[in-house]
Design a protein around this ligand. Structure first.
Ligand SMILES: [Cu+2]
Length: 251
């Protein structure tokens, strides 16, 4: 009898905890990748998941920047890595491809670097995403190949995303104008320390295929690699250019 009561109380408090956790998650569902972890040597379909509006304001567009690997900040294990990203991933340039889909926004395009490699994309226009709803922006990630001789067991990329609710100049960024899901690397899109989601980029982690591309014996456990875009790259690649003109932020 006493034991039954204890069990019932335990179940009740567990359910209570689950409900309160669900409420908290609902409020803080930031914009992320639907599939934040993928495996080397496999092409994967993915989505940017727009998590909520800018406060009560509808999202009218979104702009995404992946680290280009050229001037990115690379950390190997706990140590800064001064060498190239190709020491760990041999083919990072141009693995991202935007999939056309006008169900969320009416316009979209990729962003490319001077070599024509896709470094991000944007989507915007139309009636927008209601502030209380989620939306998917689909894209693919082609098969990444880990450098066989490296000790990297995973590479995590910080993905900088800005959800736009009002078109303003950079100086007009406020909580009802933009949601900044960016790494704080000193770009104009950092936002303010302590602000909503400050320094909370989305992540794309590529895990090494340890069966088909095992770590060299000398590696032991191996290490994780972290790649953040540079401030210069975010400043260059975040603006939305439409028909040759910058439409966001207002120049
Ligand atoms: Cu949020």
């Amino acid at each position: 009898m006493q034991k039954n009561q204890i069990v019932r109380l335990a179940i009740q408090s567990f359910l209570g905890l689950m409900i309160s956790t669900a409420i908290v998650q609902n409020v803080t569902a930031h914009t992320v990748l639907e599939t934040p972890q993928v495996t080397e040597l496999k092409k994967t379909a993915n989505n940017i998941v727009i998590g909520h509006g800018c406060g009560e304001s509808a999202v009218i567009g979104t702009s995404i920047v992946f680290p280009d690997g050229t001037d990115s900040k690379i950390t190997a294990g706990a140590d800064p890595h001064s060498g190239s990203l190709t020491d760990f991933v041999t083919n990072w340039g141009n693995l991202i491809q935007l999939l056309q889909n006008r169900s969320v926004f009416s316009e979209q395009d990729e962003k490319t670097d001077s070599n024509g490699n896709v470094v991000g994309f944007w989507s915007g226009g139309g009636r927008g995403v209601a502030a209380n709803l989620n939306a998917y922006i689909p894209f693919t990630v082609s098969a990444a190949v880990f450098e066989a001789g490296s000790c990297a067991r995973s590479v995590r990329f910080d993905v900088a995303i800005v959800d736009v609710c009002k078109i303003t100049p950079i100086g007009g960024f406020a909580d009802d104008a933009v949601s900044l899901w960016t790494p704080a690397v000193g770009s104009q899109y950092d936002g303010a320390p302590g602000g909503h989601a400050y320094d909370s980029p989305a992540f794309l982690t590529i895990n090494r295929d340890l069966e088909n591309n095992p770590l060299p014996d000398t590696c032991g456990e191996g290490f994780d690699v972290f790649v953040r875009p540079s401030a210069a790259q975010i400043d260059r690649d975040m603006p939305i250019i439409f028909n040759g003109a910058q439409v966001w932020p207002q120049p």
